[in-house]
Design a protein around this ligand. Structure first.
Ligand code: FAD
Length: 416
């Protein structure tokens, strides 16, 4: 039996476990399937982590280490090489670890399993399945953690952050990155990554382009690309072949929610993660969620912030002290693809920060939180892009005045 069981030892799991322990949980356990703590950060050897949390630019491993050191100091029980196989609604967790299969009962559970990459199958890539086609994150792991060069002539499909960062990384290792091919009219990565990873190295970003076909039987030899129009149709006459020995796919991330499903945790079709209230509690009492398994984050500092809320409230639940009260739903309106949390508690002494993403790029934008026709809060942003999460905070007084569904919308000059 443990007060709080945390599944996953990435930044979300580390942050939740530490906060649970610091706020009074007596026994906190982290279950991690990998051989070390840190999650995806271990392979992110570039800098850019920790600007909000530490006001410093750290590498991924440096950021993780700060939390791993604290976990050691706080006497949190860590089980590595331990795969969680099952989770029940009454918070029984089945694990496969060094001592075989075991069942651990948690007073509360925090889901922090992160996310995984979409594959070639998921995007229906045409052609053979030759060697040399990798998910960008897998290539990053092979290069940065195992020390192998992945390829020499590279095309990257999708301009998510992992693809952009790998474009620079492969270039620094002596490879020629011939193009980053993106079907959307804008990149799905952070602006700073486009500048620092592509523009600084003269790597072309081909927007509104698709890969039509992969060539090569044993090893990839090239790809055909073409332009597409705004109806997603091929623009005739724009096809061209780019020779390459490596294709990296950076075409989206999916929260790892198989365990959540086993525990009957209700999921949101927009985020593909759990539906949570302001305490990060899911629809199953005592099961909390945070980090990339809840919704895909671009900045790890916000993962840490969210994980603290989950950890603190998991500890409260374990002590039977989690406040219950009236909740109202939130819903994405015009220009917004999702909002989180999906339910707000009206009595919340800390207030609540709503996270949201836009559908397209907006200039001179206003984020509006509305209750029917009443404007509850408004925030101005010079530029909003789908790849960067937007936040807007409601303070305790604003929360207490609410009594109906909240709709969050973005208005501004569309720039598509
Ligand atoms: C390539 C790349 C570059 C990035 N660059 C930046 C950047 O420059 N700046 C920035 O701020 N952020 C960056 N990020 C984002 C940031 O790294 C992530 O948002 C953050 O790591 C997510 O943390 P997490 O704990 O939710 O997930 P993860 O780090 O993925 O951790 C999840 C953990 O759960 C474990 N797990 C999963 N299932 C199970 C199971 N069944 N049993 C046991 N354990 C399990 C996994 O092994 C893993 O260790 C980047 C991300 C990537 C992928």
């Amino acid at each position: 039996m443990a007060d709080v069981i945390v599944i996953g030892g990435g930044p979300a799991g580390l942050g939740a476990a530490l906060e649970a322990k610091k706020t009074g949980a007596e026994s906190v356990v982290i279950l991690e399937r990998d051989r070390e703590l840190g999650g995806i950060l271990n392979q992110c050897i570039h800098n850019g982590f920790g600007l909000h949390e530490f006001q410093e630019e750290l590498t991924g491993p440096e950021y993780a280490q700060r939390f791993i050191n604290q976990v050691k100091d706080e006497e949190i029980d860590v089980y590595l090489n331990t795969m969680v196989l099952d989770l029940t609604e009454d918070r029984k967790v089945t694990v496969l670890g060094d001592e075989g299969v075991q069942v651990i009962q948690g007073k509360s559970v925090v889901l922090a399993m992160g996310c995984r990459e979409r594959t070639a199958g998921a995007i229906d890539l045409q052609g053979y399945r030759p060697a040399g086609v990798y998910n960008a994150g897998m290539a990053q792991r092979i290069l940065n953690m195992e020390g192998y060069q992945v390829g020499r002539e590279v095309v990257i499909y999708g301009s998510g952050d992992i693809g952009l960062i790998m474009a620079r990384r492969m270039t620094l290792e002596g490879a020629k990155v011939k193009a980053v091919v993106e079907v959307m009219p804008h990149s799905s990565g952070l602006y700073r990554n486009i500048a620092q990873c592509l523009e600084d190295y003269d790597i072309p970003l081909l927007l509104r382009h698709q890969i039509q076909k992969v060539y090569g039987k044993d090893r990839i030899e090239g790809v055909t690309i073409s332009q597409i129009d705004d109806q997603w149709r091929t623009v005739e006459g724009t096809e061209k072949i780019i020779s390459c020995d490596t294709l990296l796919l950076s075409v989206g991330l999916i929260p790892e929610n198989e365990l959540s499903e086993k525990g009957n945790v209700p999921l949101d079709s927009g985020t593909k993660g759990a539906i949570v209230n302001s305490t990060m509690e899911t629809g199953i009492p005592g099961i909390f969620s945070c980090g990339n398994v809840l919704h895909v984050h671009d900045i790890v500092d916000f993962v840490t912030k969210e994980s603290r809320i989950a950890g603190r409230n998991a500890a409260r639940f374990a002590r039977n002290e989690l406040p219950r009260g009236e909740e109202i739903p939130t819903r994405p309106g015009k220009g917004v693809t999702y909002t989180l949390p999906q339910k707000l508690m009206l009595e919340d002494p800390d207030g609540v920060t709503l996270f949201l993403r836009s559908d397209v790029i907006y200039k001179k934008a206003r984020v509006k939180v509305k209750e029917g026709d009443r404007l509850v809060k408004e925030k101005r942003e010079r530029l909003i892009v789908p790849s960067e999460m937007v936040q807007i905070t409601l303070d305790p007084e604003e929360l207490r005045e609410l009594n109906g569904e909240i709709i969050v919308e973005i208005v501004g000059e569309k720039n598509d």
